[in-house]
Design a protein around this ligand. Sequence first.
Ligand SMILES: NC(=O)c1ccc[n+]([C@@H]2O[C@H](COP(=O)([O-])OP(=O)(O)OC[C@H]3O[C@@H](n4cnc5c(N)ncnc54)[C@H](O)[C@@H]3O)[C@@H](O)[C@H]2O)c1
Length: 438
Amino acid sequence: MTTEALTQDAAPKRPHTIPSYLDSAHLGPWAIYLEQVERVTPYLGKLAYWVETLKRPKRILIVDVPIHLDDGTVAHFEGYRVQHNTSRGPAKGGIRYHQDVTLSEVMALSAWMTVKNAAVNLPYGGGKGGIRIDPRNYSQGELERLTRRYTTEIGLVIGPEKDIPAPDVNTNPQVMAWMMDTYSMNTGKTSTGVVTGKPVSLGGSLGRSDATGRGVFVTGAAAMQKLGMSLEGARVAVQGFGNVGNAAARIFHDHGAKIVAIQDVTGTVVSSAGIDPYKALEHLRSTGKITDLPETESIEKDEFWDIDCDVLIPAALENQLTEANAGRIRAKVVVEGANGPTTPAADDILRGRGVTVVPDVLANAGGVTVSYFEWVQDFSSFFWTEDEINARLERIMREAFASLWDVAEKHGVTLRTAAFIVACTRVLEARALRGLYP
Ligand SMILES: NC(=O)c1ccc[n+]([C@@H]2O[C@H](COP(=O)([O-])OP(=O)(O)OC[C@H]3O[C@@H](n4cnc5c(N)ncnc54)[C@H](O)[C@@H]3O)[C@@H](O)[C@H]2O)c1
C-alpha cells in the first residue's frame, strides 16, 4: 500500500480501549494526555488514520530495584522506563525520583516528550523513567546504589542510539554520572552519549543546567512581546525553585522582571518589592528551605494562586492548575516550566479569562534542546562554547514559538493545541512513511 492509501479517512473497526494495566477509573496524568490527543485529532486530516498509535506507549519496562540500605537491610523500589514513541528517532526523556511516581505518570511524561521533541523538531521520540522513592530519606551511598541497580535493570532498553535518559525531578548531574558509569562498565566501553545532563567534565554540555529555565524565559518573553507587555518591572511568581524554577527566576530577574513570589515544597514566600533569586538560592542552599528568607513574608500554600502578578511559572509538578484554582489566577501569562501542570479543564477556564498559556511542550523544551546539543557533541567529541549553545538554543526556541503562535492564530486554538497539531503531524507523518513492521 502507498503512504497515500495509508492516510485515508477510516473509522477504526474496533473501539479503542484503555489497556488492562491501567485502572480506567483512576487514569491519572495519562487521562490528561489522552484528552489533549482528542483535542488535536480534528486538526490532523488524513493522518488521523494513525492517531491510535499516540494513545499507547511503544514499550514499557517495569523493574524491581533492590538495594542494601546503610542499616544492613534490603529495600525494594518500583522502577519504570517507558518509550512512548520512536518514529522520529531514539527515545529521549528524563528520570524522576519521587514518592508519587506511577506508571500512568511515567506514561504521560513519556508521551509529552514525544510531543515536545516533535514540536521543537528535535530528531527524537519520547521516553521517561522514574523510581518511586522519596530521595530525601536516603543517603548519597543509598542513592548511588539505587541508581546503579536501576541503570543495570533498564540497560536492556537504553543506549546512545536507542533511548537516552536525562535529569528530571530529584535527579541531577551526579545521578547522570553514575548512570553513565554503570552503563559504560556493563557494556565495556565509555559511553558518554547514553545520558545527557552530565557534569561538564564527563561530556556534559555547557549551558545545560540553566537550559530549561532559559527556554522558559525565551518563550515567556516572546509571549509577553506578542501581548504588548514589558519585561521591565513585570511581576513574576514561580512555583518550584529547583533546576527549572530557579534558573527561570534568575534569568527573568536579570532582564528586569521582579520575582514577587516563590513556592517550593518547604513553603511560600512573597515580597511586593521583589525577591532577589540569587539570595533566595543561597538561603535555600544554606538552610534547606525557602521560608524565613529575609525581607519576605510567608503565606499559606494555597494562597499562592491568588498572588497579583503578570507572569506565573509553574515549575514543580503536574496537576497544579486545576478547575479548583484556575479562576483565581491573576497573571496574564502562564509559562509552564513543569510538565503537565495544567489540566484540560483549567486550560479552558484560563482561555475563557484571556490568560495566555505557553505550554510545557514548548516552554520547557530548552532542556531537551541542549541535551540534544550535548548528545551531538558527545558523538563528535567536539565541544561548543556556552555562547554558541545559548545562541543556538534561543534561536530554536524563538523560531518554535513564532511558528506555533502562527498555527494557533490560523486555527483559532490555544498554543497547546497548536503545539500538538505541529508535533502530532510530524510524528504521524513519520509513522505513515515508515509503515507498520513487518
Ligand atoms: N530539569 C529539566 O531539565 C526539566 C526539563 C523539562 C521539564 N522539567 C520539569 O520541570 C519540573 C521541575 O523539574 P526540576 O528538574 O526543576 O526538578 P527539581 O527537583 O530540581 O525541583 C523541583 C522543585 O519543585 C518543588 N516542589 C516539589 N513538590 C512541590 C509541591 N508539592 N509544591 C510546591 N513545590 C514543590 C521542589 O521543592 C523543588 O523546588 C518537573 O515537572 C519536570 O518534569 C524539568
